[in-house]
Design a protein around this ligand. Sequence first.
Ligand code: PEP
Length: 242
Amino acid sequence: MRQLIAGNWKMNGLLAQLDSIAAPLTKAHHAADVLICTPATLLHPARALLAESSVLLGAQDCHAKASGAHTGDLSAAMLHDAGARFVILGHSERRADHGETDAIVLAKVQAARAAGLTPIVCVGESEAQRLADMQDKVVGAQLRHSLPAGFDGVIAYEPIWAIGTGRTPTEQDVAAMHAHIRATLVAHLGAMGQGLRILYGGSVKPSNAKALLALPEVGGALVGGASLVAEDFLAVVRGAAG
Ligand code: PEP
């Protein structure tokens, strides 16, 4: 399967940035699958911009319910209607800022699938958990508690301490965690767990992308800061194996 390079724009981007960040992506041929997860406000215009290109479009969260009295929230069907085909779920910033638990992430995964969105489920340990050598236990529990039977989406391993800090785990640590995630997916999901893409996320940039993307079981990258600069994101995409 081709690698997937996904940009997480977080709470960044006005209409003008579609021209400066997204438009250049549509002009190149990519060896990997390329996805941008824009703020929900940009999904509709981004759909038009990306329509004739291979660049995929996604959102950054959805509500677990299909509709109802949830002021300010967006359902998975609304995001699909606006053009999203993927949705990031359980990002550590949402777990921290909005108290999202594995049970909430599980409900959101089910809502996303029901609306035809492919979930990208984020897992990862804090720095204190890594220092206590608890990362395998923490990530294993997150996977078991947030993935329903039959899950056919994408996993993103994002050590919290590597997000936006410029720090990354060693290549050996990334490879070890991805092997652990693969084994957990197979134990939890059976044969289905064998083929799912496992992205690495956390301070991926042009200078480290090629090495990280060459590691075993790394099926792509989830990219925050570097996805907001077209030439940096394109350089990360060029680091993918295809
Ligand atoms: C992220 O938040 O998903 C992320 C990987 O951010 P950054 O690349 O900026 O570390």
